[in-house]
Design a protein around this ligand. Structure first.
Ligand code: SF4
Ligand code: SF4
Length: 175
């Protein structure tokens, strides 16, 4: 009999405790956003879709097809082929399979030429088939300045003019 009454009291007490937590958050500001109408600003270093960065002067890809990113990738999702020799060497084709990517950022960190970045703020990567998530050179070709490990906030030489990168997204090229 006492055990039965004690169980009822304990159950009632646990309901009071949970209601106390509910009431505490009932009058605080909501942390949810109405996605996709409303989008939260990402931190600059949020790891999102890859982009192959370009030299802002020549508008050419910085990638020299050295293959280091493909070799270090633990998911084996980077594949490329280079053409040309020396400084003129560039990728003939370059694909990253985002079906396999685990966003470890190793490919970015190993790149000796700052030629690839994941600080693009592009996180809406859904597709209707798996092939939609295999990104080729055209899809990943940067169309302007993107923050990278070497230039996290603004293009080289434009630090005084350019504002901080807004939430890791693309920043307009200055000058
Ligand atoms: S982030 Fe990691 S898993 Fe994704 S492509 Fe780069 S190295 Fe591979
Ligand atoms: S992105 Fe960087 S590491 Fe990968 S092939 Fe190009 S230059 Fe080499």
């Amino acid at each position: 009999m006492w055990k039965y009454l004690r169980d009822i009291c304990e159950g009632f007490w646990s309901i009071l405790l949970s209601m106390q937590i509910t009431l505490r958050y009932l009058f605080t500001r909501a942390v949810t956003v109405q996605y996709p109408e409303e989008k939260r600003q990402l931190p600059t270093r949020a790891l999102t879709q890859h982009v192959l960065t370009i030299d802002l002067e020549s508008q050419e890809l910085k990638c020299t097809a050295c293959d280091m990113c493909a070799r270090i990738c633990p998911a084996n999702c980077i594949h490329l082929e280079g053409e040309g020799k020396g400084k003129a060497r560039r990728p003939k084709w370059f694909v990253i399979d985002h079906n396999l990517c685990m966003y470890c950022n190793l490919c970015v960190e190993v790149c000796p030429f700052d030629a690839i970045s994941m600080w693009t703020g592009k996180y809406e990567l859904g597709g209707f088939s798996r092939t939609n998530l295999v990104y080729d050179m055209e899809t990943m070709h940067a169309d302007g300045f993107y923050p990278t490990i070497m230039t996290p906030r603004s293009p080289p030489g434009a630090a005084a003019k350019a504002p901080a990168a807004p939430g890791g997204g693309k920043q307009e090229r200055k000058g």
